[in-house]
Unconditional design. Structure first.
Length: 316
């Protein structure tokens, strides 16, 4: 047995509701059917929207995986459940998933098994290495921007603005057309809604200016142009914050990158610090008052540390 996991017999499912197996369709005897029931159940629960989306995605993926491995007994036998979850964890890690993403998947799968009444699996937690927040590597950034471009001009503008100006999700959602000031050789993004309600101005990078200009021009021909909001839905209303989340989720999935709006904000900070922008300026762009909040960014990678370790030698 895995020594650092804890077993519980409680059957209280996420959101504080009872998850007794009698609540599920007794005829559902495959992993796909059972996880589909769980997904429908959790959609009716009281969890936060982001948590529902994450659990739905992770549990649906797990349901397809053991079914493909022909392991229906993982739904009824505790030992087979343990083996299935352990093997799934190893498959995710071997497939290149980040430790934090694998741990999220395990949390969702454990929630599913509590709901079935079988209880959580006996599986070791994933060790998440210490370090700063998740940021994108250059190749990941390229894939994300290309995936966003394939989704259309609006989604490209949403992703690129977050990546190149670093607003928080709420700040991105609240942007108005008038918050953009774009010229041939310069541009500014006015972020009016932020922590502490203090507005700030962020330069619009050269690569972002034509994207925003095209998006604003295209917006004039659509329903809802009388609204001030920069991001509109296909129905001509302000795009919901949850819809922006879905843009990020869909773009990340298409690019094969685990990301959110916050990941892009972290990447913006990290990229600028690594490029030599002084911390005070980066803090101003991010809307931070305390420079100490930037200490988590710009840390050298393992490869860079190995190279730096060879700078000083000890001949003998």
């Amino acid at each position: 047995m895995a020594g650092d996991s804890s077993r519980t017999t409680a059957r209280t499912a996420p959101g504080g509701r009872s998850g007794h197996p009698d609540d599920a369709d007794e005829t559902a005897n495959t992993a796909v059917e059972k996880t589909s029931e769980y997904v429908a159940w959790i959609a009716r629960g009281g969890l936060a929207a982001n948590t529902k989306r994450a659990y739905t995605r992770q549990v649906a993926s797990f349901g397809r995986w053991p079914a493909g491995q022909d392991r229906p007994e993982a739904l009824t036998d505790p030992h087979e459940r343990d083996y299935a979850v352990r093997d799934y964890k190893e498959a995710l890690l071997e497939g290149g998933s980040a430790p934090k993403s694998v741990q999220l998947a395990l949390t969702a799968v454990q929630s599913f098994y509590v709901w079935t009444g079988l209880g959580p699996a006996d599986v070791r937690q994933v060790r998440i290495p210490p370090g700063g927040p998740r940021t994108l590597e250059p190749e990941e950034t390229r894939r994300v921007l290309r995936a966003a471009e394939r989704r259309g001009l609006r989604d490209l503008a949403i992703v690129a603005t977050t990546l190149m100006c670093g607003p928080r999700l709420a700040e991105l959602h609240a942007l108005h057309v008038d918050d953009t000031e774009i010229h041939a050789r310069s541009g500014w993004l006015r972020i009016r809604v932020g922590k502490g309600c203090r507005p700030r101005d962020v330069p619009i990078k050269t690569g972002l200016r034509p994207i925003l200009s095209r998006r604003i021009a295209a917006r004039r021909d659509r329903t809802g142009t009388d609204l001030p909001h920069l991001w509109l839905s296909s129905y001509g209303r302000q795009l919901a914050k949850s819809s922006i989340d879905r843009v990020m989720d869909g773009t990340g999935a298409a690019a094969g990158v685990d990301m959110s709006a916050h990941t892009l904000r972290h990447t913006f900070a990290d990229d600028n610090l690594r490029a030599g922008v002084d911390p005070a300026t980066v803090a101003t762009w991010l809307g931070h008052d305390d420079l100490r909040t930037l200490l988590v960014y710009g840390r050298p990678t393992a490869r860079a540390q190995e190279a730096m370790a060879e700078v000083v030698t000890y001949p003998f």
